[in-house]
Design a protein. Structure first.
Length: 190
């Protein structure tokens, strides 16, 4: 656009102000948007140079946007030396049984009445707050039922373990035994 405008402007006898106005009218919307970011030069040659620089930056940005970003390879950690394990270095752990339970929270709820069983629906026996625990201790009250004359370990209201409570927990998965051999020592665990 600039070279064509220069050749046409030499054929007419317009002053500098008119040429600047006509030059700006022929610019693209993108170029006009870029020109609003700073002051405009007072001369036509200065405006042409500014537009030329802006166009070069826009083209470079467009080319950069078109090329995919260069990714650097991830650093590779140094290899660790291989040392053959000793027979008892990696003991095989015994199978575990996991039971999930909700987290305990310290709440200040009323404790269950003497005749109620802790597992009855609607009966809540939350963990005592530190203040309530201290109050019961200083008053000589049982930490379980809040009555005097005995301690929590010998509380008559405390439900003792039943056969159902002491039965082992069974999981829905059968126990699996997998033979494992450790290379290098000629032995395999039982």
């Amino acid at each position: 656009y600039i070279s064509e405008f220069r050749s046409l402007s030499q054929q007419v006898r317009w002053n500098e102000e008119a040429l600047i106005e006509i030059f700006q009218d022929g610019l693209s919307e993108t170029m006009l948007d870029e020109l609003v970011h700073g002051p405009l030069p007072a001369t036509l040659r200065g405006l042409e140079q500014l537009c030329f620089g802006i166009e070069a930056r826009l083209l470079a940005r467009e080319a950069r946007r078109a090329t995919p970003p260069v990714s650097r390879p991830a650093p590779v950690p140094a290899p660790r030396p291989r040392v053959p394990p000793t027979p008892n270095q990696w003991p095989v752990p015994a199978p575990r049984q996991f039971v999930s339970a909700p987290p305990r929270q310290a709440m200040n709820h009323p404790v269950a009445e003497v005749g109620e069983q802790p597992m009855d629906l609607g009966v809540v026996r939350p963990r005592l707050t530190a203040a309530e625990r201290t109050r019961r201790r200083t008053s000589g009250l049982c930490l379980y039922c809040a009555q005097a004359g005995h301690f929590a370990a010998s509380c008559p209201n405390k439900r003792r373990g039943t056969a159902a409570a002491s039965a082992p927990v069974s999981l829905p998965f059968p126990e699996v035994t997998i033979p494992v051999s450790v290379p290098g020592n000629g032995m395999s665990p039982a």
